[in-house]
Design a protein around this ligand. Structure first.
Ligand code: NAI
Ligand code: MG
Length: 509
């Protein structure tokens, strides 16, 4: 088989400088982190992880299996029973704050590792590290607010005697966090921070595409002084470690972010011991541009609703509905914006969009682009891979799309926009178009009309709707899906509740 030559030979990190700390970290022997110690994987298996912007291997890491999951569960259970579950909230808060300080200290290395392993641009990686720091402080603050209520005791007790009923909030137990590759460090922290604040012990399974920042985090967790077994990191494949966690009888709770198909498998595996499950799954979020939209805001805003993280983002706005009155101006603006975007190695100055995470994923996205063409959509810009090493795809716009097309129905998870035009002002009709999807994670409406904005926001069936912006998530705003976008909410107070049980205690006095 002949392989066509690359336009130029890739060099590590595309020749961009990285810090000595990052270089030293990459060169390490990356093991599993179980019971507060680094340990070789039971089966001795190792995988490679690559820089998706060059395709080159950047590190090797130990890959666990069911036996390693068992060891992690024993460690986590012992830590839970050994005091963590009943520890003082102020103690847990102090450890969370210490971890935040250490992440701040190592922000540059963490951000570089995230760029190198996942392909994300540096500006997003830096932002995710600072968001993690904020998130840790936020849940440190909430740890001290975990409290129950008092309530009227049942009549059959209180009629005979004085009685008292109160409720306690208690940690769920051992929690498994199965996380994806698109924003790996954020995903780990957004699940760990509330779970730790609540008093759960934890096993994190990073994606096999992006194992590195979770391993760097393990060092900081140890340095912060978390007791052994409170956080365990077990790298491995989905069918290996992920499935073993989802099905394990010793795990009380699983929090998953990833594809809807894998989410279903996790629910099935969790049936055995009926562990608590939260799911943050796929999306195909609507973006509605009304005739009175401020186009100076809407053009870059709508474009980045699709292209943020190269579209590898569950809340991406990828079904774009543009009103007739602004259609031509909007498309012209979107095409120009797309063609001027800096698509490059995430370490390159000014990079706005990095590569797809892997060759396989890029091939899947290109498959959807081919499908859009065969379905009869009009390709306005992009549609091709960049002529360089790495898994780069040009920002792509399809117009003349219809609701039944695969590129309009399926989550593509790439920089591909599918535009439809409409001519109504009726919020119910607009909502019918916007809600024509099995998903319901995000969405946005662009208009100067307060009335239209809130009427449409109220009618879009999704967990988060933004007005004149898109996907404005933050640690204190609940986030999650309607429909097949998932179960439950993360971020905010609601995420703490995911890791707490409520117990009612009645005393006859
Ligand atoms: P995936 O859902 O298969 O992977 C996410 C995590 O689940 C990874 O850690 C993986 O190892 C694990 N996993 C896979 N199979 C498992 C199983 N049977 N049991 C337990 N854990 C398992 O996603 P993948 O294959 O990386 O990407 C496929 C598509 O999923 C993407 O094209 C995108 O559409 C969607 N996706 C959505 C994300 C989101 O943020 N909601 C993030 C990543 C992917
Ligand atoms: Mg990688």
């Amino acid at each position: 088989m002949s392989v066509s030559p690359l336009p130029y030979a890739p060099t590590p990190f595309d020749g961009h400088p990285i810090s000595d700390a990052t270089r030293a970290f990459l060169a390490r022997d990356h093991q599993l982190f179980i019971d507060g110690r680094w340990a070789a994987a039971f089966g001795g298996e190792v995988m490679e992880t690559r820089d998706p912007a060059t395709g080159l291997v950047v590190a090797r890491f130990a890959v666990g299996e069911a036996a390693d999951v068992n060891a992690a569960v024993v460690a986590a259970r012992n830590a839970f029973d050994g005091g963590w579950a009943r520890s003082q909230p102020a103690y847990r808060a102090a450890l969370l704050r210490r971890l935040a300080e250490l992440m701040q200290r190592d922000a540059q290395m963490l951000a570089e590792l995230e760029v190198i392993d996942s392909g994300m641009p540096m500006f997003i990686a830096s932002l995710t590290v600072s968001n993690c720091v904020e998130m840790l402080h936020y849940y440190a603050g909430l740890a001290g607010t975990i409290e129950g209520t008092t309530t009227t005791p049942p009549a059959h007790v209180s009629m005979e005697a004085e009685a008292l009923t109160y409720t306690l909030r208690e940690p769920v137990g051992v929690a498994a966090h199965i996380i994806p590759w698109n924003v790996p460090l954020s995903m780990a922290i957004l699940k760990l921070a509330p779970a730790l604040a609540a008093g759960c012990t934890n096993i994190v399974k990073p994606s096999e595409e992006t194992p590195l920042t979770a391993l760097a985090l393990a060092d900081l967790i140890a340095e912060a002084g978390f007791p052994a077994g409170v956080v365990n990191i077990v790298n491995g494949t989905g069918p290996g470690v992920g499935a073993a966690l989802a099905g394990h009888p010793g795990i009380d709770k699983v929090a998953f972010t990833g594809s809807t198909a894998t989410g279903r498998r996790i629910v099935e595996a969790a049936l055995g011991n009926l562990k608590k499950v939260t799911l943050e799954l796929g999306g195909k979020s609507p973006v509605v541009v009304m005739p009175d939209a401020d186009l100076e805001l809407a053009v870059p805003g709508v474009a980045m609703a699709t292209y943020f993280l190269g579209g590898q983002n569950c809340m991406a706005g990828t079904r774009i509905f543009v009103h007739d009155d602004v259609y031509e101006a909007m498309i012209e603006g979107l095409v120009a914006f797309s063609e001027n975007l800096v698509v490059d190695h995430g370490l390159a100055p000014g990079c706005m969009i990095g590569p797809m995470v892997s060759q396989a994923h890029a091939a899947k996205v290109m498959g959807y682009i081919a499908r859009g063409l065969s379905e009869g959509a009009t390709l306005r810009t992009g549609g091709q891979r960049l002529n360089r090493a790495g898994h780069f795809i040009a920002p792509t716009i399809f117009t003349a799309t219809t609701p039944d097309m695969g590129i309009v129905q399926d989550e593509i998870f790439g920089p591909v926009m599918a535009v439809q035009r409409f001519d109504t002002l009726d919020p119910d009709e607009i909502a019918r178009m916007a809600n024509n999807s099995p998903y319901g994670l995000s969405g946005s409406v662009w208009t100067r009309s307060l009335s239209a904005a809130h009427k449409i926001a109220a009618r879009i069936r999704s967990g988060h709707v933004s007005i004149n912006c898109h996907g404005a998530v933050a640690h204190n705003i609940p986030f999650g899906g309607y429909g097949q976008s998932g179960w439950g909410r993360e971020f905010g107070r609601e995420s703490l509740d995911n890791y707490l049980e409520t117990k009612a205690v009645t005393a006859r006095l």
